[in-house]
Write a protein that binds this ligand. Structure first.
Ligand code: B12
Length: 212
């Protein structure tokens, strides 16, 4: 198993060479999905450090962009170990990053993992208004709606989306899960979602419980 702290540190320091070196050795050992997820969590920790340094104005937008590229590179290396497809579909999910927010790395991790678990995922993409969720729910009648967002303002967009789903008379037919860095128990209650998480693997478990 790779040194998770070293992975988090390399990500936080935007040390591309070190990160690639650590990940190359890790994937050569053919990790399990669980181990790959631990490495993703370590990368997530490193991204939090990037965020903190951005707030302190030690990093700038260019560094945020580079950190996103680094993380995408890491996810691409780890994807073969967390992805997969089961022939039998266990349920469907309408997923999107909510209005005003263009962050999608976390959403894409959740998408890969839930597809690997047998869900059919209809990914709306980023910066999606409430109407896009409502239209897609009408079209594909999913069991679950997943909303992603990492900006504080995303919480308000999530609330508006739940309200739009309610106003369209669709709320009783779906379970709603929200994910992303700022979601909390309190935010979940305010937004009117059924569950929240900051961890894609936990999100998949919650969704599996709903379609049992
Ligand atoms: C990379 C990054 C970017 C990249 C994003 C690239 C991309 N394609 O996504 C770019 C450069 C585009 C970017 C832009 C901006 N960013 Co930015 N960004 C980040 C950074 C460093 C990492 C985000 C990330 O990918 N984290 C790693 C992923 C894996 O974590 P995650 O999203 O939480 O996802 C996990 C779980 O939450 C869960 N999950 C996620 N979604 C879902 C959904 C469901 C349904 C489920 C079940 C689970 C789930 O699964 C994932 C794996 O476990 C964060 C710092 C931070 N602490 O997050 C700042 C951060 C989010 N950004 C910030 C800011 C300010 C901006 C900009 C406004 C900067 C600017 N001045 O232009 C713009 C915003 C533009 C917009 N309108 O959205 C702030 C937000 C502040 C706030 N409180 O709102 C942060 C917190 C940095 C900071 N500390 O100041 N950013």
């Amino acid at each position: 198993m790779v040194d998770l702290q070293a992975v988090a540190q390399a990500m936080g320091e935007l040390d591309e060479e070190r990160l690639k070196e650590l990940l190359a050795a890790f994937v050569a050992g053919k990790p399990t999905a669980e181990e790959a997820m631990q490495v993703i969590s370590a990368c997530q920790e490193g991204m939090a450090v990037v965020g903190e340094l951005f707030e302190k104005e030690e990093y700038f937008v260019g560094d945020l962009i580079f950190s996103g590229e680094l993380l995408m590179g890491a996810i691409n290396m780890l994807k073969p170990f967390i992805s997969g497809s089961t022939a039998e579909k266990i349920g469907s999910i309408v997923l999107g990053t909510v209005h005003g927010d263009i962050h999608d790395i976390g959403k894409n991790i959740f998408k890969n993992m839930s597809e690997a678990a047998g869900f059919e995922v209809h990914d709306l993409g980023i910066d999606q208004p409430p109407s896009a969720f409502v239209e897609k729910i009408k079209e594909v009648k999913p069991a679950i709606v997943g909303m992603s967002g990492v900006l504080t303002l995303a919480l308000e967009s999530m609330k508006e989306t739940v309200e739009a789903i309610e106003a369209a008379g669709l709320r009783n037919g779906v379970k709603i899960i929200i994910g992303g860095n700022p979601v909390t128990k309190e935010a979940c209650a305010y937004i009117g979602a059924d569950a929240f998480t900051n961890n894609a693997a936990e999100g998949v478990k919650i969704c599996q419980g709903w379609v049992k």
